[in-house]
Design a binder for this molecule. Sequence first.
Ligand code: CO
Length: 285
Amino acid sequence: MSSRRLQQIIPSVATLDGAGVSLRRSLGSVPNARVDPFLMLDEFSSDDPDDYIAGFPSHPHRGFETVTYMLDGHMLHEDHLGNRGDLLPGGAQWMTAGRGIIHSEMPQQESGRLRGFQLWINLPAAEKMKPASYCDIRPEQIPTVVLPSGGEARVIAGSIAVGDREVAGPVQGITTEPLYIDVHLPAGGRFVQALADGHSAFVYAYEGKLAIGAEGESRDLPAQSAGVLGGEGPIEVRAADGPAHFLLLAARPLGEPVAQYGPFVMNTREEIEQAVADYRANRLT
Ligand code: CO
């Protein structure tokens, strides 16, 4: 069976967000640099507190989900529903903005490394106005599995087959059936995983270079770039030049129009205008 090929490379670009946090944005960096239903992927990684200390003070969202996955450092999430989530290394938070949420994400450290990712996943039209919800995922809730071909994978959402068993992450039951895994490969290590037919998929290499595709017909993905996969079948990845760390994301595409204005992602311009009006009138949530 043929495997998926690396169809498009979306390099990350340095940008600022929140109150002045330095980050690298791949998906979402330019219009249409999306992989339906994934809207945006930011990587933040710095040892310099000036790059992150300002954090992400109180701000709104409507119409999609935000997923934060932390590698190093400590952030505190607070929202208008009264949730407080301590985001620790190896932990994650899955927030469904639905019709509206107002939250903040603030670093809880004045020195040392802060490193992690924020991913935005779109919601189908029928769920954009559902009530907001929040799920705090502690590091020990995310299974880490040793891969038969070397290396390891952490499963945040969906499930993967490892040998003859299935390893399921803590996040399940979402309409677009997202798969979110973090894979670490040793130099020369290889990772092969079946992906659901018709699901879109991309890889984000955050350390080291990857070769994607079957041996002999693979294409390289440089570090700090998102690689959009084309075709069908499993994904096949090799650590092409030393050890490699990457995220693999896959989900069922929505195939709906996307209207985005900052932190609001709806289907039409009228719905965006409604979101802005609701926020100004204090009735977003
Ligand atoms: Co936010």
